[in-house]
Write a protein that binds this ligand. Sequence first.
Ligand SMILES: Cc1cc2nc3c(=O)[nH]c(=O)nc-3n(C[C@H](O)[C@H](O)[C@H](O)COP(=O)(O)OP(=O)(O)OC[C@H]3O[C@@H](n4cnc5c(N)ncnc54)[C@H](O)[C@@H]3O)c2cc1C
Length: 410
Amino acid sequence: MLIESLMMQARANTTHWLDSARPPKRLPLEILPVRVETAIVGAGIAGISVACELVKRGGDPAGLLLIDGAAPGHGASGRNGGFVLTYPGTIMNDWLEKYGEHFVAQLMEKNRRNRELVRDTVERFAVPCQRGGSYYIAGHADEEDWLRASAEFLGRDPESDATLVPPPPHSPHQRQALFVRNDFGVHSGEYLNRRLDECEAQYVTDCAITACKAEGTGVVLITTRGLVHAERVIFAANVHLPLLNEFFARTIPITPRRNQVMMLRPANAADRIWGDAIYYANEGYEYWRQFPDGRILLGGLRNRDAEGEARIELGANNHILEIMEHEFVPKLTLGAPFEIERVWSGVMGFTPDEIPVCGILPETDGRIAYLGGFSGYGVGLHRVVVETLVDSLGKKDPDPLFSPDRIRQI
Ligand SMILES: Cc1cc2nc3c(=O)[nH]c(=O)nc-3n(C[C@H](O)[C@H](O)[C@H](O)COP(=O)(O)OP(=O)(O)OC[C@H]3O[C@@H](n4cnc5c(N)ncnc54)[C@H](O)[C@@H]3O)c2cc1C
């Protein structure tokens, strides 16, 4: 019942990205197929990218079925900020301490590769995006020290395009920032729908998976629209993963973090105060960007009600929205009046160390695989996690970088 009601909520609650994107070329299937080769559960950026990757490596799109309990992009992927970042924020210092320099350097390399892969899609499909680089602005003195330490680490890599700079003009925080020249912001809905076109896979909507079990040489999925038999299933259900399977619940602690997002039109929109860059600040709890037409998208502030936002249900947090409207927005519009066009929320699936996980369920002979836990960073990492997962299909040991073993060792 919980899964079904969450899916209904997502269906009822759309966003700027979902409403302003050109729809996918294909319509969803009306009738649920009874038997498929590969079923992918979840049509967010992760699930759709798995489909693209399988097809890229020679898979037949006709053998693939994307199954979503709501519809493509109705999860976090159509609710986010669309920031394609290669610097994960000052949490990188925790990773250096926990896992060492080699691990973090590998992750940063994957990060940059992800950015190149997304850029390639953006260019091929003319997905609207903002290419002014990203600013991560320190919100307090300790964070400025952490930022300096990460800038020093990043600076050792000759390919890094990150530099420490003074606070950008108009910044709500007057502290140093890390500027990453080639980061960009995408139109999340366009990106997702064009990827769906690219993979040419069939998909079904409003079809929630409530259970699954390995049976014979395949897998049976129990859905709200009937049974599906698949040779192989890949779960990309984000924060809902632990609801689906005992193994996920036990071994991959993915927990929900909800976020509020606001879209507004300031009276001084024509000034384009924030230009073409994307901004996040104060441990990533605040983020914003301004579109070419002057509207501003902003979000976050979950630190102002951490308990209230630690939930899987979508919904407005009025306390946070008030802080946004009365404290945060006036700083971003430099006091100019503004009109709030819409608000929405989205839920991220966090792992304990905020690095995603992927792998194969034990004792299923590679028949059931999963990826998720992208935390606040799925746009920045989904493509390389998908590559890692697809590399490991059919093998026993996934790449250790994104293996949940990493978390068990913490
Ligand atoms: C407000 C917000 C802002 C963010 N900003 C950024 C950002 O700027 N940059 C960045 O890198 N990341 C950002 N993120 C994180 C990023 O959006 C996510 O990491 C990413 O979208 C996760 O993709 P996904 O495909 O794993 O999950 P989702 O997009 O959530 O997709 C999962 C899909 O599975 C479906 N599903 C779930 N359960 C079932 C079931 N039982 N049966 C069938 N289908 C099911 C859902 O309907 C959903 O469509 C943000 C997230 C939020 C919420």
